[in-house]
Design a protein around this ligand. Structure first.
Ligand code: ATP
Length: 236
């Protein structure tokens, strides 16, 4: 079953065409990647999906819902979680308060405390630091917190923008393991990354964006063997 189906999504900032006529689908429980160089239009595509930048779009469907005209701030109600580039945790609030804010809009009835327990099981370090201010966490811990906060709304699909940014190779491996586990447990993922290697480890299909447009699509297994992708995006 298709979870997310996007058709004809475009973003312009004044005269700058950041993304043009982007279309893709993410099946329920699938993990899809969008890779591309700095400035290719990946972040704009995600932000446009979440209604955070002015956009034009032919249609956005999520399961049985037509979200084409639903404002971005309401997307979470339908089961879409968003982990923005740069994490955007609330630095002056404790870790646990940051997490609870993620459950402020909860599409499902389940217990917030059960979900908090699940997040703490996934990220024990957040439990250990639950009374610390989020601003005191390391970059990697803040990324875990941003993912945990998005999980607090019990999403069926999670959009992640460059979760590996600024993290050490070891922490990037931790993020890969977390995303693989979440996906195995049934969460659909749309992952935007400059790090193609990470993306191929987490996803089954990918789009390659260049100059605001989709330049290539394919299975992650095919793309990781593609000579052009190997040269430009994997540095091989
Ligand atoms: P990165 O990996 O650096 O996040 P990206 O692939 O996500 O890059 P975008 O951030 O979507 O790319 O940027 C696409 C294009 O839109 C770039 O040319 C960028 O300079 C431009 N752009 C992005 N945000 C704005 C803005 N607020 N105003 C004007 N131009 C912008």
């Amino acid at each position: 079953m298709t979870a997310l189906a996007v058709d004809g999504l475009s973003v312009h900032y004044g005269g700058v065409r950041a993304a043009h006529d982007i279309g893709f689908t993410v099946a329920a429980g699938q993990s899809v990647g969008i890779i591309g160089a700095n400035g290719a239009g990946k972040t704009s595509t995600l932000k446009a999906l979440m209604g955070l930048v002015p956009r034009t779009v032919r249609s956005i469907r999520f399961g049985e819902h037509d979200l084409t005209r639903v404002p971005g701030r309401k997307m979470v109600r339908y089961g879409i979680g968003y982990v923005p580039e740069g994490r955007h945790v609330f630095p002056g609030l404790p870790v646990e308060k940051n997490l609870l804010l993620g459950a402020y809009i909860k599409p499902w009835k389940g217990s917030t405390l059960d979900t908090l327990d699940e997040v703490y099981t996934l990220f024990p370090v957040l439990k250990d630091m639950r009374h610390r201010l989020a601003g005191a966490l390391s970059g990697g811990q803040q990324q875990m917190l941003a993912i945990g906060r998005a999980l607090m709304s019990a999403p069926r699909l999670m959009l992640l923008d460059e979760p590996s940014m600024g993290l050490s190779p070891k922490l990037v491996e931790d993020i890969v393991a977390v995303l693989q586990k979440l996906n195995r447990d049934g969460l659909a993922i749309l992952l935007v990354e400059q790090n193609a290697k990470l993306t191929f480890e987490v996803t089954t299909e990918c789009l390659v964006m260049e100059n605001g447009a989709v330049a290539m699509t394919g299975t992650s297994a095919q793309l990781r063997e593609d000579p052009r992708v190997r040269q430009i995006y994997l540095g091989l």
